[in-house]
Write a protein that binds this ligand. Sequence first.
Ligand code: SF4
Length: 365
Amino acid sequence: MTSLPNWLTDNRDTASLAAMLAPASSSSLETLAAQSRALTLRRFGRTMTLYAPLYLSNHCSSGCIYCGFASDRKTPRRRLEPDEIRQELLAMKKLGITDILLLTGERTATADFDYLQRSVEIAAQEMQRVSVEAFPMSVIEYRALAESGCTAITIYQETYNYERYEALHRWGPKKDYIDRLETPTRALEGGIKTVGLGVLLGLSDPVEDALSLYRHLRHLGRTYWRAGISISFPRIRPQTGGYKPPFPVDDHTLARMIFAFRIALPDVELVLSTRESATYRDGMAGLGITRMSIESRTTVGGYHDADIHEKGQFEVEDNRSAKEFCKAMRAKNIEPVFKNWEPAYNGPADGNKANPHTEKPKPCH
Ligand code: SF4
């Protein structure tokens, strides 16, 4: 039996979040929404930061039962070569996008660390902000990635329930629960500035998973108190393989979760992707969510070649153009933000410096 870290079952500071998340909570959804809205306005103003995903490769060595790129799917496999990445980046820039998330499947010989690092370098020449959602890496690899221009990584635990995790991850490197759990720590040790965490809603009990996610964030925050943190709320979408979520999360439960996390962690970036409908995303803007994806293509090469017919990792629900999305935000008095100034005020990544997240503040004289 794998031994799990003590912090994963530490309930010392979870009572108020648990009370807000409970289906029979005494706090009404309206009360939580009002509190969440006020905190969001105070901490983030009337803004929405925008980004778009860029799928570099759909090769994968893992067998996650809920994913259209699992290695047993009949999906055609490909990876973008440097010239194709540049073409994709140019197509994205024409849409106004300067903040991107590069994605791959689990590490394979075709899409390995060297390939990913080269892709980050190319992207960093064109974009204001480059994030990565790929495979777990070592501290040394994260340091190299940061030096190549990656400022943030996304790594979802998918579910914190160990037994469910074992059953859902049928084979491949992703089956290693503990390795994945420790990945955000390694990324921050390597000098990555921001880590994005989340669970894939629908795989397991959502309240239990949300509480474990919170414990994970608190655990990271105790050591890496200067790190940027973001939380995403992805719900399972239809995909090749036809996996149906055994714990479906309805709109009200998702809203309660978003509001509860905003109240519990007022400064943390909360992300909602194009997995959700236009109506739901517009409704959540200003109430807690501060970052959204736009113009998402979940196929490899989907920006330059809009006619690609192969299946993506999952189906996108909000298919609006950036222009349509921005119009909807402005109608709600929310300013869409395309440009990210973080690299300018944080300075360049420098793996030789002391860890920027744990460094003690200098005394003021
Ligand atoms: S979720 Fe990621 S690791 Fe799992 S099968 Fe899909 S691409 Fe591979």
